[in-house]
Design a protein around this ligand. Structure first.
Ligand code: PEP
Ligand code: MN
Length: 300
């Protein structure tokens, strides 16, 4: 008999969906991630200016987003690229939350910055390049803030689960996994969107899973299609880059949607989000069976 997923991922028992473990729903401000509501996180790649951030926050809020994203500390592919506004960016994010009621997710890159970033953010983002930085993960976990853990671009699903397990081990149950594309031989797109990982993670773990079609695609015209795939694969929400004027963005402009494109995507996703709601409840039993829980375990 083939080994069960439970056996395959036995090294990280606390992240696995088991007979006695309920799905994790992460409380943030006045809502939850990983519950019935499909959560949209949207905003610019980087916080640039007050007007850029406020205009985006107001717009995505009106379109139904719950979380404002925006990097103040930016990990970049080039050391000469814009590295983020730092503390100034964090203040702008907090001001946007104040005005719009959106929660704030922003990346923390160094364990030294955890107290600073946790002082402003509602969710700490661990970037793809930092997924295996265990010192950072421990510090972020201990802040007590929910953690959006992005999959490393060359990390396996088991690697991702190990990092999640480390956060749980450090006393923080509020981990949100994020699939943002991985590196493969295919170079046409920025990354290869691993939709199967979303389906698998939803089957084997109790943690919420967010799809990031922006970094996965690298090109804005592909973002709505990948978003749809993410929903169909079982994601609990999306992380999408939006900018008032993507061609002038200081980072990741090519994959950022303008306001009109974001609205069009949201309208097109509506029926898919509705289908997801219907499927959620029916799926629960089947999912547990597929997760490799043997009948004896499943009944208790
Ligand atoms: C980002 O969210 O802007 C980002 C840098 O993402 P990743 O770590 O997935 O590259
Ligand atoms: Mn980005």
């Amino acid at each position: 008999m083939r080994e069960s997923w439970q056996e395959r991922f036995a090294e990280t028992p606390d992240v696995l969906l088991g007979a006695r473990r309920q799905r994790t729903s992460v409380p943030v401000l006045d809502f939850a991630i990983g519950g019935d509501e499909f959560i949209i996180m949207a905003g610019p790649c980087s916080v640039e200016t007050e007007s850029q951030l406020m205009a985006t926050a107001r717009h995505v809020r009106r379109a139904g987003a719950r979380v404002l994203r925006g990097g103040a500390f930016k990990p970049r592919s080039s050391p000469y690229a814009f590295q983020g506004l730092g503390p100034e960016g964090l203040k702008l994010l907090a001001a946007a939350r104040e005005e719009t009621g959106l929660a704030v997710v922003t990346e923390v890159m160094s364990e030294c910055d955890v107290p600073l970033v946790a002082g402003y953010a509602d969710i700490l983002q661990i970037g793809s390049r930092s997924m295996e930085n265990y010192t950072l993960l421990e510090a972020a976990a201990r802040s007590g803030k929910p953690i959006l853990l992005k999959r490393g671009m060359v990390a396996t699903i088991a690697d991702l689960l190990r990092s999640a397990q480390l956060i749980l081990d450090n006393g923080n149950p509020n981990v949100i996994l994020c699939e943002r594309g991985i590196r493969t031989f295919e170079t046409t797109m920025r990354n290869t969107f691993d939709a199967a990982s979303i389906a698998l993670l939803k089957q084997v773990t109790h943690l919420p899973v967010i799809a990031d079609p922006s970094h996965a695609a690298g090109y804005r015209d592909l973002v709505p299609g990948l978003a749809r795939i993410g929903i169909a694969a079982g994601a609990d929400g999306l992380l999408v880059e939006v900018h008032p004027s993507p061609d002038e963005a200081w980072s990741d402009g090519e994959q950022s949607l303008d306001f009109e494109e974001f609205d069009a995507m949201m309208a097109a996703l509506e029926p898919w989000i509705g289908l997801r709601g219907m499927a959620l409840h029916d799926d629960e039993l089947e999912q547990r069976e597929l997760a490799g829980l043997r009948p004896a375990e499943a009944v208790g």
